[in-house]
Design a protein around this ligand. Structure first.
Ligand code: UT7
Length: 331
């Protein structure tokens, strides 16, 4: 019997209009535009402005673009999985809210929190529902309004992150395209280096937590960098070996966009030249769960049917992962 795989049949994204440049950040916090660009690769990032707008609003636009592209309606969708660390609310899930906003009344879904690895974890999860035959159309969306949890007086975090959303549609195929393999991992001891201190059940919101700025991203940059630079390279090389792929076989690396130096180290370890590496960190910064689908959206026209592509990530948790996809269509 021919194996059913989950094929990515469309991709779309959304980034807010407002551009926060390095030069603009210099006016807000003690930093240096050149330092940011040379140490991270980031020149600017997008920020979602507007009262009452949250992660779901960006995801909804990305999903509506996705449906239009594929020529299907919200009623055709079976499931929506949302990867995010900045859900609209603690509960109910942002997936729930999105289903309501777009009128996906035949769908169900849930949120998945794996920080910068969220999209990779969600894509692997969505794939299972297609492979088993349980669902025919699954949307996996990575969306984060990072500006809602950033302290714009903390230069170690506010310079890195931006807002955005990216979505893919998964459908079954038996022609050998789609998600072929994935490797995922976690190491919870890494939580010490990157987390949000309050707002959860251990430390619910209080005047004290707000005064102590504990609802913002806390990051020990160097400790995370050291693990990420090795971790992302290792998992990317591992999935190549596991699937007997040489550097020549790989058409594209789609790396999480956290720091250009981490991306460069990963490409080097895989033996890939920079022309095969998707990069948009310079214009969007680190959009957490949205980086990988936003890269696919930006580079979609350059992708060809049959291309072997490796998606890879490392992030808070620690969490990490890589996915091997055989691209399913020409644009
Ligand atoms: O996606 C989630 C996972 N997150 C990551 O993968 C992030 C990984 N970490 C990083 O990307 C980097 O660690 C950062 C970009 C956050 C920081 O870069 P770094 O090269 O690790 O800087 P550092 O913290 O080691 O600081 C080096 C120097 C220090 O000055 P001195 O002590 O050498 O004089 C810092 O005070 O750079 C200074 N510095 C800055 N200067 C201007 C740190 N941040 C800034 C800044 N602007 N924003």
């Amino acid at each position: 019997m021919t194996k059913t795989t989950a094929s990515i049949t469309a991709v779309a994204g959304y980034v807010p209009d407002y551009i926060l440049s390095n030069e603009e950040l210099v006016k807000m916090v003690s930093t240096d535009a050149n330092w940011i660009e040379t140490r991270t690769g980031i020149k600017e990032r997008r920020i979602l402005k507007g009262e009452g707008l949250g992660t779901s609003d960006m995801a909804v636009i990305a999903i509506e673009r996705l449906l239009k592209k594929r020529g299907i309606t919200p009623l055709d969708i079976d499931m929506i999985i949302v990867a995010s660390v900045t859900p609209d609310l603690i509960f109910p899930s942002t997936s729930n809210i999105i289903c309501d906003k777009i009128g996906a009344t035949n769908a169900w879904g849930f949120d998945l929190a794996a920080a910068c690895s969220g999209f990779i974890f969600a894509l692997t999860t969505g794939t299972q529902f297609i492979e088993t035959g349980k669902c025919k159309k699954v949307i996996v969306v990575g969306a984060d309004k990072m500006s809602s949890i950033l302290d714009y007086t903390d230069r170690s975090t506010c310079i890195i992150f931006g807002d955005g959303a990216g979505a893919v549609l998964l459908e079954p195929t038996t022609d050998g395209h789609g998600v072929i393999d994935s490797i995922l991992g976690v190491d919870g001891s890494g939580r010490a280096h990157l987390h949000q201190k309050a707002g959860g059940s251990v430390k619910p919101p209080s005047h004290a937590t707000i005064d102590a700025k504990e609802h913002f991203v806390y990051q020990e940059g160097q400790a995370v960098f050291k693990r990420a630079v090795v971790g992302m390279a290792e998992v990317s090389a591992e999935i190549m070996v596991k699937n007997k792929l040489t550097a020549d076989d790989v058409a594209w690396l789609v790396p999480h966009q956290a720091n250009k130096r981490i991306i460069d180290a990963t490409a080097e370890r895989m033996g890939l030249s920079s022309e095969k590496v998707m990069l948009n960190i310079q214009k969007y910064g680190n959009t957490t769960a949205a980086t990988i689908p936003l890269c696919l959206w930006d580079y979609e026209k350059q992708l060809k049917k049959g291309d072997n592509i490796i998606l890879s990530t490392f992030g808070a948790g620690f969490t990490w992962g890589a996915i091997y996809v055989k691209w399913a269509y020409n644009s």
